[in-house]
Design a protein. Structure first.
Length: 416
């Protein structure tokens, strides 16, 4: 099927809420955080104009590796399952405050801080909590240390950093970008369409991602623990220790309440991930210059300070990461590439299932995203037999039971 615009993408369940379409077509597209789905584009006039720019920048339907990404200088054993990787590192932000506040070792924030303070970048485009609506995130261009530190930490709720690309285009100097893998893909697509971004994206830093739960997830988690969402002033999903706790600050109380461990909160929230996240071929930011994740390959002791894993994916990434080490912003040691698979077994299995899932969709005649350069069939073939079966038959079952074989209208009124 041919998509006409982002309404088609959304109604077939393929939008992941990156916000790039709202950047490329602000006249026709606004973003709405639909409570039980995620951030979704709403056309302000229908039919819209004649172009298909919103589709060209959409990572919901295009995730394509160009052939020159596999230049031969990447680690051969990692290529098929993890994309282009030049170097694997483990370490943390040298600044103790950034390390403590960060999701894992504060590495993403420390690298961005180095870019702003030492590489003459104007700021960092990323997301942080929305001060006015605590259950929401907002896109921000952070230009100071205080702003970057205040926005550390993974937020397991919808966020659309690409809707802020116009701030980068208007900035006097290049900016750093931090986002999920699909956000980074959108930046790559937007950069190839909009000349104004070519020189302005100074570096892309991707975080690993196994899926973004809807805001309904956070709401239900808060209520499950007996807290009235109306009284919530601030939500923090992790960080302030590794991996940290899901904590909530109630209006009028002096300190945030530690509600539940990170592991338990993720166990609850992951059930709220949208369908498109189960078709994701890129959990480790294969299009970023540098990708950061958790080195879960060993048991983490109680009270242990945070550690991050970094994958250098491009020469630009190498230059920035080595510069940050030399300037004393990050403390890193080279790691054995095998820690990647040991740390991220679940996302590897999820990535492996994508071929089987899209096969089931094609059998039902449902539109699928264009996913190229991920060796999806080979990764699927390596799955245990039962997982292979589950990826196809389980998806077929879900398609029938949940009605995924037909378009689903987005309920924009059910918003947060
Ligand atoms: C939805 C989601 C799923 C994740 N799944 C995995 C996983 O499967 N495996 C794994 O190892 N790690 C996962 N993470 C965590 C993250 O990849 C690691 O914590 C990573 O090591 C970054 O840690 P850091 O301390 O370097 O980041 P920090 O220095 O704390 O910086 C985090 C940065 O991420 C940005 N950010 C936070 N939430 C979002 C969001 N929802 N969308 C876009 N940008 C955001 C912030 O603006 C900030 O700039 C996930 C994070 C999120 C948000
Ligand atoms: S994935 Fe991004 S670009 Fe595509 S429709 Fe959704 S918000 Fe728009
Ligand atoms: S799982 Fe993939 S598609 Fe879903 S939010 Fe993460 S990077 Fe985006």
């Amino acid at each position: 099927m041919r998509f006409r615009n982002v309404q088609d993408v959304t109604e077939w369940g393929l939008c992941i809420g990156c916000g790039a379409c709202a950047y490329i077509c602000p006249e026709n597209i606004t973003l709405v955080n639909v409570l039980d789905e995620g951030i979704r584009p709403k056309l302000t006039q229908s039919p819209c104009g004649q172009c298909d720019n919103c589709l060209k920048v959409c990572p919901g339907i295009n995730v394509i590796h160009s052939t020159e990404r596999d230049r031969g200088n990447t680690i051969p054993d990692l290529r098929k399952s993890w994309g282009p990787v030049l170097e694997v590192w483990e370490g943390y932000a040298a600044d103790a405050e950034v390390r403590y506040a960060g999701s894992s070792g504060g590495l993403a924030s420390a690298l961005a801080l180095y870019c702003v303070e030492k590489r003459k970048m104007h700021g960092l485009l990323h997301i942080g909590p929305d001060d006015n609506i605590p259950l929401k995130n907002k896109t921000v261009l952070s230009a100071s240390r205080a702003e970057i530190v205040a926005r550390t930490g993974s937020r397991y709720a919808p966020a659309s950093p690409c809707d802020g690309l116009s701030m980068v285009a208007a900035a006097p100097d290049p900016c750093a970008f931090i986002g999920k893998p699909c956000d980074v893909t959108a930046v790559t697509l937007a950069r190839s369409l909009k000349g104004e971004l070519v020189e302005k994206i100074g570096v892309t830093i991707g975080i690993f991602c196994a899926g973004t739960p809807s805001s309904q997830g956070t709401l239900d988690l808060i209520e499950k623990h007996g807290i009235d969402p109306e009284t919530v002033e601030e939500v923090r999903y992790r960080g302030k220790g590794w991996p940290g706790k899901f904590s909530v600050k109630i209006r009028g109380e002096a300190a945030p309440r530690e509600v539940v461990s990170y592991m338990d909160s993720w166990g609850f929230l992951q059930e709220y991930r949208p369908y498109r996240c189960h078709l994701c071929p890129d959990p480790t930011s294969e299009f970023a210059d540098i990708a950061c994740g958790d080195p879960w390959y060993r048991t983490i002791e109680q009270g242990e300070p945070g550690q991050s894993m970094a994958l250098v994916r491009t020469e630009r990434g190498r230059e920035i990461l080595h510069g940050a080490i030399e300037a004393g912003y990050v403390i890193l040691k080279k790691a054995d590439p095998s820690i990647l698979e040991k740390s991220q077994r679940d996302v590897l299995r999820k990535r492996g299932a994508v071929w089987g899932r899209t096969l089931a969709m094609r059998i039902f005649g449902i539109p699928t995203p264009k996913l190229e350069g991920f060796s999806l069939f080979e990764n699927w073939r390596r799955l245990p037999f039962l997982h292979k079966l589950k990826s196809t038959l389980g998806t077929a079952r879900r398609i029938i039971l949940r009605g995924y074989y037909k378009r689903r209208k987005t309920d924009f009124a059910n918003r947060i």
